[in-house]
Design a protein around this ligand. Structure first.
Ligand code: BGC
Length: 758
């Protein structure tokens, strides 16, 4: 680092040590002095986030990117892997640029690093914030060992529409559960000390409402009332902010006509003024420039002005903010506005400890010690076990005994590249087991035989398959389809049980992977139908990054395990649950519709003036006439290898004043033969309020592990915050009146009690 910067830093820290300054004052004094040294061009440079680009294609220091960094025109670089690359580029910034300001290194560390955890949607199905925090903590530990100190995670966009491929990246449809997961992730990544070399700065995204695009089509517009935003879509971002998230990413979409990236209400009035956010805001990829396509700016310069004035601090790749000099010269922006953005980025670097040691995350000995270690993999396997949701299990077919002949059939049965799931930037697929390998390992030393046949391609249309796999993980088989099919039927005939490894390829969900057909892809569907005619027990091990339509499967197969994309240890985790070494505990965090025409769908809907009760339709009520109106699998649903009995819940009192705490208690007993974990869920309904409220809202849950015949009492404290909502004036309020409290196994299987708030 440049000598002057070191002296400055040391002086400020020294004064802080001698208690003439508080740490916060020392930081501000350091940044004030630095800002005084900086030219406007250097300040604008800090607002520039570039992708790894040409850094990895040749010698890092000789790249075009390095040249820009040398001139002080870059604030950060993203998706650059390995300490060697990061160190080289950091050296250019701190030793060869005029002021030696270190770069921040970001990456999409979304669900782990080389040890890959389940995709976020699956993570949320653990209903276990501790497990989710573990995924984030290990992701941070591994990423920081490779030079990265900033992750573009958590994604907390609430989504009701499975057509949207990015539903895979969030925690499902519920704001309460989503907020818990958001908090867990931020705490997992950032730990207690951002300056610790094993923690990293989180970035909550995509702010805001990106999960509610019209028609479930990625990047599409969002139109929404503030009432709905505050109650349903904003709580997750707010939870991340309350947990101290260091950065926020603005989203691609418009909100009521105004792009998020140039939306002053969103980025300043709400985020900073109302919620008190102190970190910095980065745009999504090229989102500043895309404001021209949105039709709110005529040029990149106009877009940059809009973004800066709205409260954006850093520009991911589009050059809108870094190119703002002409706007300063023509008076459309002020240096004060540039300073405010630049300051926030410098503060983040300061908090990460980059000014005290720019190579803090560049310890090359850590890779060996911290990345893809047996301990990390063991944790990932445990979390993956908890993420699996058992959707069907007729006659207790599962768990399977480890003997007899099992035929594993399907195009996803032996593909290592499919295990990690979308957004696994740092994955090393060849290190991971395919499902076939995981099952074979689990059966080693037993008298069971495992047969395998691919049976078919993902879909008939090769081009569509190539698109579905994003061209990345080609798994197309060029063999004659009839030959593949016959081989599968032959094997199935020899088997006692057929295991289907079918569903989506990992890149069929995630960014820009939207589909209107959510049923089993055609080639797999046909093979599955034919295998069913053999009359053997069939278990679907279903790979997907979204809720899909599983009507036929539910009617014809004996067991269905939703295995999502479980990450690097997914194959072992599936085997663990399949053979009963782990008793399934996962629960859905998103409803599974019966028909794509039901979308968008959420269990958490308003009643309407003409509600429909249960499954049946009713003319002149709010329903479709050609489909059963409930979901196939409801929110909160998931089976296990035992049965739980709920006694009637009791209340400590039935009337409460707004400041009171009331206790709801319920006894839960394991009446089956296996120890298992139950997720006891609490829902509320506000029966009369000044604005209409949903028929059910999750407001709490607890997990209890029960041995056979064991009973535990679960207690929920009912306080103002459990019952309150944002009223039409957007005030968090508890209005007196009648409330229903529902407690049970999932959103459909609940017992209801009633209280009155006075
Ligand atoms: C995605 C973000 C991601 C960014 C950087 C964008 O296309 O929307 O979620 O963080 O790219 O890779």
């Amino acid at each position: 680092m440049k000598k002057s910067l070191i002296i400055l830093f040391c002086a400020c820290s020294l004064m802080a040590c001698h208690r003439t300054l508080s740490p916060e004052q020392a930081k501000q004094q350091f940044i004030d002095s630095l800002l005084r040294e900086m030219t406007v061009e250097e300040k604008l440079g800090q607002l520039n986030l570039i992708s790894r680009g040409d850094i990895t294609t040749g010698k890092p220091r000789e790249s075009q990117s390095a040249a820009l960094i040398r001139e002080g025109k870059v604030g950060g670089v993203f998706n650059l892997k390995y300490v060697y690359n990061v160190r080289e580029i950091q050296r250019v910034a701190v030793e060869e640029s005029r002021l030696g300001i270190p770069l921040i290194f970001g990456m999409d560390v979304i669900h782990g690093y080389e040890t890959v955890f389940p995709i976020p949607l699956a993570l949320s199905c653990t209903w276990n914030p501790e497990a989710v925090a573990t995924a984030a903590r290990i992701g941070a530990k591994e990423a920081t060992a490779d030079g990265i100190c900033w992750t573009f995670s958590p994604m907390v966009d609430i989504c009701h529409d499975a057509r949207w491929g990015r539903i895979a990246e969030g925690a499902g449809e519920d704001p309460y559960l989503g907020a818990e997961m958001a908090r867990a992730m931020v705490c997992g990544y950032q730990g207690a000390d951002l300056g610790d070399s094993a923690t990293m700065m989180a970035c909550v995204k995509h702010f805001g409402l990106y999960g509610a695009p019209d028609g479930g089509r990625d990047y599409n517009s969002v139109d929404m009332s503030r009432y709905r935003m505050y109650n349903e879509y904003l709580p997750t971002y707010k939870a991340a902010v309350d947990a101290g998230v260091g950065s926020v990413m603005s989203s691609f979409n418009t909100i009521n006509g105004i792009p998020s990236t140039g939306n002053r209400w969103l980025l300043t009035d709400l985020l900073r003024d109302e919620w008190g956010f102190r970190g910095f805001v980065v745009s999504d990829y090229n989102a500043v420039e895309e404001m021209i396509n949105h039709g709110v700016a005529d040029s990149l310069l106009d877009a940059g002005v809009l973004a800066l004035k709205a409260g954006l601090d850093m520009d991911m790749v589009s050059d809108g903010l870094p190119g703002l000099l002409p706007a300063l010269q023509d008076g459309r922006i002020t240096e004060k506005e540039i300073d405010a953005a630049c300051r926030r980025i410098l503060e983040a670097k300061y908090d990460l400890g980059l000014f005290s040691d720019p190579y803090r995350y560049c310890d090359s000995t850590r890779r060996e010690r911290d990345i893809f270690t047996p301990e990390n993999r063991q944790l990932a396997r445990k979390v993956a076990q908890q993420a699996i949701v058992l959707l069907k299990n007729d006659n207790d077919l599962l768990p399977l005994a480890k003997h007899g002949t099992l035929a594993l059939i399907g195009p996803l049965g032996d593909v290592k590249t499919n295990m990690a799931g979308t957004w696994s930037v740092a994955a090393v697929h060849q290190q991971y087991k395919s499902l076939r390998e995981g099952l074979a390992d689990a059966l080693q030393g037993t008298d069971a035989t495992l047969l395998y046949a691919k049976g078919c391609n993902l879909m008939y249309d090769a081009e569509a398959e190539h698109r579905a796999a994003s061209g990345k993980h080609a798994m197309r088989d060029d063999r004659d389809p009839k030959q593949m099919h016959d081989e599968a039927i032959r094997m199935a005939r020899q088997a006692d049980i057929i295991l289907l490894a079918m569903g989506e390829a990992s890149e069929m969900s995630g960014e820009a992977s939207c589909y209107v057909n959510l049923e089993m892809p055609d080639a797999q569907r046909d093979l599955m139908h034919e295998l069913a005619t053999l009359g053997k027990p069939m278990v679907l091990l279903h790979f997907a990054g979204r809720p899909t339509i599983l009507n036929w499967e539910n009617d014809h197969l004996h067991a269905i395990m939703e295995t999502w994309f479980l990450g690097s240890e997914g194959a072992d985790a599936i085997a663990d649950v399949l053979f009963g070494d782990y008793v399934p505990s996962g629960r859905l965090t998103t409803s599974f519709p019966r028909h794509v025409g039901q979308l968008p769908f959420s269990y958490r809907h308003m009643n309407t003036g003409r509600p429909v009760e249960g499954d049946d339709f009713d003319q002149y009520s709010s329903c479709y006439l050609d489909v059963v109106n409930t979901p196939l699998f409801p929110f909160g649903y998931g089976l296990t290898y035992t049965t739980f009995r709920y006694d009637e819940p009791t209340l400590s009192q039935t009337v409460m004043q707004t400041g009171d705490t009331l206790y709801l208690r319920v006894q839960v007993t394991n009446v089956g033969r296996r120890a298992a974990t139950e997720t006891v869920q609490l829902y509320i309904r506000d029966m009369v309020s000044t604005a209409a409220r949903p028929t059910q809202e999750l407001r709490g849950w607890q997990q209890v592990t029960l041995q056979p015949d064991e009973t535990k009492e679960v207690t929920f404290a009912i306080t103002k915050d459990v019952l309150a909502y944002y009223n039409a004036q957007l005030r968090w309020t508890l209005e007196p009146g009648k409330f229903l409290l529902m407690v049970g196994h999932d959103s459909r299987h609940v017992q209801t009690t009633e209280i009155e708030v006075r």
